[in-house]
Design a binder for this molecule. Sequence first.
Ligand SMILES: [Zn+2]
Ligand SMILES: [Zn+2]
Length: 271
Amino acid sequence: MKIDCHMHTPLCGHAVGKPVDYVNHAASVGLDLVTFTCHIPMSQASFGGPRIRMHADQLTTYYTWVNEARQLGETLGVEVLCGIEAEVSPMTEELTEMKELMRNEPFDFVLGSLHHQLSSYKTWLIEQRLESDASIIRDYFSHLTDAARSGNYHSMSHPDVIRIYGTIDSDAFIPSLFEEEIRTFLQTCASSGTCMEVNTSGLSKGVFEVHPDPLILDWAKEEQVKLTLGSDAHQPGRVGQHFDKVIPMLKEKGFDRLQYFSRGKEQTAFL
Ligand SMILES: [Zn+2]
Ligand SMILES: [Zn+2]
């Protein structure tokens, strides 16, 4: 069963193509199931405005579009689910409203992302006087660990995205130097039952590597972490991107299954 559990819609202001277009592409590349996960509404400006995420008023449009895509999917043999990409932040009080929304809305699937490039996290780094690349990387993984433990998210998305977008010098991210912090994160995923995402978008940008790095995937296998898989498509043609390369790599590393979530319930897709 081929699945892609991370993709966007133009409601976030930086993606193109309607959900039906994403589903058409999914069918053309042989996917059996897709989950939309557009960026969750956040009222604070520090988490980005209309070029980053939809407004809460647009959720009804989101559901309408995903429903249209679901109907199209039924004719094409592609199951369509409706998730959301939620935020992880060290300023947990800033997430109160978001968590309320997550409780009240009927999302199939909730991703947890720490978007370090947003001003909310930049402000945190300044307040905490975290300046060296190493201290920022350790800090970043400590928040992912807390988030995995929180039970607020089904899967932790693009877990080493700290390596791109300029918060640190990307050469500074050498996973083996941070094995202790990263293993703590992985062990927390395993013990809490939170999945980790394999996000193929990294192969199209920056350092041209899958998120997380293949070495982290080796550790994830050892720690028995469950995986979800997503393209992070922001345009229809990216749905399922690089799966032809990444799925064989996962199998080679000993993974034989992926998880996905329907109405919040975990399901298994065998590779
Ligand atoms: Zn996005
Ligand atoms: Zn995304």
